[in-house]
Design a protein around this ligand. Structure first.
Ligand SMILES: [Zn+2]
Length: 149
């Protein structure tokens, strides 16, 4: 992901905004690196999802996590599901951040995780095709029943 998101540190640089504090934790400058996943808030989200997928996350770095998750999931179908989950994490953190920006509402990280789980399971069920083996379907089903709660 390139540095195109209009984070507050960028808005301050452009003179559009005066406060560059992270909207989700209020503890640091909101730039891309902080938001994904240095921020306590986003760490809670990614920790919830990585526990759900059984991938021990310790890097908390958007650029290296992709590679790490890919290596952890050797099976190409499972890897696709994990990438979909990571993409959903990024999307939902950005969504939560925008909700905080525009509506001054902070969504609880647990609620973010629940949305991600449901969304990933729903989307991946639509991807089931003849390449999927029984074990993949079982795995996806187990993810569905263990959705973050
Ligand atoms: Zn933060």
């Amino acid at each position: 992901m390139q540095n195109r998101l209009r984070t507050r540190s960028m808005l301050v640089d452009w003179g559009i905004c005066q406060d560059n504090t992270c909207l989700l934790c209020g503890n640091a400058v909101e730039d891309r690196k902080h938001l994904f996943f240095d921020c306590d808030y986003s760490r809670k989200c990614i920790s919830g999802i990585s526990a759900w997928l059984n991938i021990p996350e310790f890097l908390f770095n958007i650029d290296t996590s992709w590679k790490y998750w890919g290596e952890k999931m050797q099976d190409p179908i499972k890897r696709k599901v994990c990438y979909a989950a990571l993409a959903a994490v990024v999307y939902q953190i950005w969504y939560a951040r925008n909700k905080a920006f525009w509506l001054k509402v902070i969504i609880h990280p647990r609620a973010v995780c629940r949305v991600i789980c449901a969304e990933v399971v729903k989307r991946c069920r639509q991807l089931i095709n003849c390449k999927w083996k029984r074990q993949h379907c079982k795995w996806l089903y187990s993810l569905q029943v263990s959705c973050c709660s």
